[in-house]
Design a protein around this ligand. Structure first.
Ligand SMILES: NC(=O)c1ccc[n+]([C@@H]2O[C@H](COP(=O)([O-])OP(=O)(O)OC[C@H]3O[C@@H](n4cnc5c(N)ncnc54)[C@H](O)[C@@H]3O)[C@@H](O)[C@H]2O)c1
Length: 433
C-alpha cells in the first residue's frame, strides 16, 4: 500500500519503518528539515531497539522516503497518517495546533480520494475539527480514521510488529477493510483489530494511558505508607500482581512516571473533564501522587546532605524516563536533578543513550561521563533514576571504592537491600524497610 506519515518523531518513524518492513511504500514527511536531511543520510534521530537497522534496510530497498514537502506525500499515498506532537499547554490541555495545521495543508493540497488517519493522541472531538478543516478547503472526497498508537518507547518496534490490539475509529465498512488489510501483516495468528467510532477511539487512548498511570501512582502512594509502617512494597507488588484479576504489569513503584505521554495525557483528560463539567478525581490524584513521589525522592537526597549541599557531588545513573530510550521528556530524573542543581549540588552523570538529550534539557549544567563507574569518582553518593539493564548487577566493590562514602539512592528498586547492605553500602530505595 502507498502510505504517507506526517510527523517523523517516535511514533511517526516507527510507524513508517514497520509499515515499510511489511511491504508498504512509505513517504515520511516532517517540517524539521535538519531531521529529514539526517534521515536521508541514514542518521536515526532517536534511540529505539531495532529501529536503525529497519530504517536503513527499507530505505535501501526504496520503500522508505524522507521529505519536507507534504504535497508529494499526499499525491502518492492512499492513507495519510498524522503523527505530529500534541504537547501540553499551561492549562493542561493538549495543543493540537500542529495536527490542525497538517489538516489544513492536506485540505489545500488533496487532489484525489484519501484516507486521513490520526495516530497522534488527540482530545475527543478532534476528528470533527480535522474533518471540518479539510472540508472547508476542498471538495475532494476523503474519509477519516482515528487510529491511536499504543507503542511503548523502549519496545516500540516490537509493540508495533506484535500489537496487543489496533484501534480503528471509523464506521465506514470500505475504510475498515482497507485498514484491516494494512494491519494484516501484524496479526498473523489472530485479528486483534477493534473497530469503533472515532470519538470512542480517541477516548480509548486517554483511558489506556491514564489507567496505566493510575496503577503506577497507586503503587507509589502505597510505597510511602510502606516506608512508615516497615512493610515491603516489593512483596506487596508480588502479592497483588499474582492475582489474575489485577495482573503484574505497571505495578513497579519508583521515582514517578514521566515521558512524553503519561503526564500530558493525564493533564489532558483532567482538562477535558473540567471543560465538560466532570471533575476527573482519579486522574487528578494520579497527577498529584506522581508529583509528590518525585518531590519526596529529591527531598530525601537533599535532606541527607543538609547544610553541605554546595560541597556535595552526586553520581547519577540514568536520566531517560525509562530504559531503552533516549527520551528525557518529563523524566523524573530531570525534575530531581534540577532540584539538586538549585541547591548547588554538583552532578556527574551517565546514561547509555540519553546523555545528550539530558545535557540539553539541563542547559549543560551537569558533567557527562561515558561510563557509569567513571561518574562515581569522588562523588558523595550514587543516585539511580533509570532501570537500564546494565545497572542491575553492578560491581558493588568498585562502587564502594569510588564513592567518598558508600551511599546509594535507588529510585527504581534495582537491588536486594539485604545484599547491598552486606556490601557495606547505605542503601535508600522506594517503599522498602
Ligand atoms: N512517544 C510515544 O511513546 C507515543 C506513544 C503513543 C502515542 N504518542 C502520541 O503520538 C504523537 C507524536 O508523539 P511523538 O513522541 O512521536 O512526538 P515527537 O515530538 O517525537 O515527533 C513529532 C514530529 O512531528 C513533527 N512536526 C510537527 N509539526 C509538523 C508539521 N506541521 N508538519 C510536519 N511535521 C511536523 C516534528 O518535527 C517532530 O519530528 C503525540 O500525540 C503523542 O502523544 C506518542
Amino acid at each position: 500500500m502507498d502510505i504517507c506519515v506526517v510527523g517523523i518523531g517516535y511514533v511517526g518513524l516507527i510507524t513508517a519503518a514497520c509499515l515499510a518492513e511489511a511491504g508498504s511504500n512509505v513517504i515520511c514527511v516532517d517540517n524539521d528539515s535538519k531531521k529529514i536531511a539526517g534521515l536521508k543520510d541514514g542518521v536515526i534521530p532517536i534511540h529505539e531497539p531495532g529501529l536503525a537497522e529497519m530504517v536503513r534496510h527499507n530505505q535501501k530497498l526504496g520503500r522508505l522516503h524522507f521529505k519536507t514537502d507534504l504535497k508529494s506525500g499526499l499525491d502518492n499515498s492512499l492513507i495519510v497518517f498524522i503523527a505530529v506532537g500534541t504537547p501540553s499547554i499551561p492549562d493542561g490541555s493538549a495543543d493540537i495546533s500542529a495536527v490542525l495545521s497538517v489538516a489544513a495543508e492536506i485540505g489545500e493540497n488533496i487532489k484525489d480520494y484519501r484516507i486521513i488517519s490520526t495516530k497522534s493522541t488527540v482530545p475527543v472531538g478532534t476528528h470533527k475539527k480535522i474533518a471540518d478543516i479539510i472540508t472547508s478547503k476542498t471538495n475532494t472526497q476523503f474519509d477519516y480514521v482515528s487510529n491511536p498508537e499504543f507503542l511503548k518507547e523502549g519496545a516500540a518496534v516490537e509493540d508495533f510488529m506484535r500489537p496487543d490490539r489496533i484501534i480503528i475509529g471509523t464506521t465506514n465498512p470500505a475504510v475498515k477493510e482497507i485498514m484491516r488489510q494494512l494491519y494484516s501483516p501484524f496479526m498473523r495468528k489472530s485479528s486483534r483489530i477493534l473497530f469503533m467510532d472515532p470519538a470512542s477511539a480517541e477516548m480509548t487512548k486517554y483511558a489506556s494511558n491514564v489507567m496505566l498511570a493510575t496503577r503506577i501512582s497507586f503503587m507509589n502512594e502505597l510505597s510511602a505508607l510502606c516506608e512508615k509502617l516497615g512493610a515491603d512494597i516489593e512483596l506487596i507488588r508480588q502479592g497483588i500482581g499474582s492475582d489474575s484479576r489485577i495482573g503484574s504489569a505497571f505495578l513497579f513503584p519508583g521515582v514517578g512516571f514521566g515521558g512524553s505521554c503519561f503526564p500530558k495525557d493525564v493533564r489532558a483528560l483532567i482538562h477535558t473533564g473540567s471543560k465538560y463539567g466532570i471533575e476527573m478525581l482519579i486522574a487528578k490524584s494520579v497527577q498529584l501522587v506522581n508529583i509528590n513521589q518525585q518531590e519526596r525522592f529529591a527531598k530525601r537526597v537533599i535532606d541527607f546532605f543538609k547544610g553541605r549541599e554546595d560541597k556535595t557531588v552526586l553520581a547519577v545513573w540514568g536520566m531517560a524516563f525509562k530504559a531503552k530510550t533516549d527520551d528525557v521528556r518529563e523524566s523524573p530524573a530531570i525534575y530531581c536533578i534540577k532540584k539538586f542543581l538549585d541547591c548547588k549540588i554538583k552532578i556527574r552523570a551517565y546514561d547509555p543513550e540519553a546523555a545528550s538529550t539530558a545535557l540539553t534539557a539541563l542547559d549543560g549544567k551537569i558533567e557527562i561521563f561515558q561510563n557509569g563507574y567513571d561518574a562515581l569518582n569522588g562523588a558523595d553518593a550514587l543516585v539511580i533514576f533509570t532501570d537500564w539493564q546494565e545497572f542491575r548487577n553492578p560491581d558493588f566493590e568498585v562502587i564502594t571504592k569510588k564513592l567518598k562514602k558508600p551511599v546509594i539512592f535507588d529510585g527504581r528498586n534495582l537491588y536486594d537491600p539485604a545484599y547491598v547492605k552486606k556490601q557495606g553500602i547505605e542503601y535508600h530505595c522506594i517503599g522498602r524497610a
